[in-house]
Design a protein. Sequence first.
Length: 323
Amino acid sequence: MVRIVAACLAGLLAALAASAACAQTPFPNRTVKFIVPFPAGGINDILARIIGERLQARWGQTIVIENKTGAGGNIGADLAYQSEGDGYALLLSPPGPLAINQTLYKQLPYKPQEFVPITLVGSVPNVAIVRKELPVNSLKELVDYIKANPGKVTFGSQGNGATPHLTGMMFQGMTGTAMVHVPYRGETLVLQDMIGGHVDVFFGNVAAALPQFRDGKVKVVAVLDGKRAPALADIPTTAEAGLPGLVSTGWFALAAPPKTSPALAAEIGKAVVEIINLPDVQARFRAASVEPTPSTPAEMAAFIKEEAQRWGDVIKKNNIVVD
């Protein structure tokens, strides 16, 4: 009997020792997955790959980018939400899944506010783009033209509830104007139709507009941010153009599934922020027209709360709903 008890105790101690050893294993000790809720090739994907490449070298573990698309980013966000809170599945997302969709959609399979913030990654200002032939060269002239032609000016977007659509609705509310919304399946299609003369206005991001602007195919009349865009240094901000409340930026943030410990989120955030602050990484961000915006988890949480309030107000005021 004594031998049996001793053997059991020895087995128990061994199990406890193994458990303690596992608990003390440094993070990460296996593959880490970045879930990107939009297709490969877009800015969201590009940023994930830049950061993932440097994290892989730093951690000595494989970083996999998984593009899980659909439903305005909700499918990828839900996949991340359902993952274990152990740091091995992270969500790198634009505004929709984290700040907009909770008001836009009647029902979500996940709760955005339960994601654990890690860090903001970067931001891209949106700009007011107009068709080359439209007889306006400033934001004021655009407002005056729309007022003189109510219901005749069109503005495009990537679809109902997309940031350019919400920005267009916010613009109309602030200026007392009325345009016709024309939804598309992507920003490239909007710009193609704008160049073809079929769309008048597009509140798209600077990265998408830059090549066409430099080629003289479209005009940019304002940057929808508090400061000028480095790539468009001669274009005034909305504040400079007399409409300071019209602020619209695309941004990207890294979040962890619910139940991820704050300590682990902070550890991951520290590594990611250090990578974002590297000069060569910042140069690669800016080459994609993205301004690096690393933050603490608390700063990210406060920022997303503010963004959710801003866009939630626009959605509710205009009764915008996506089933």
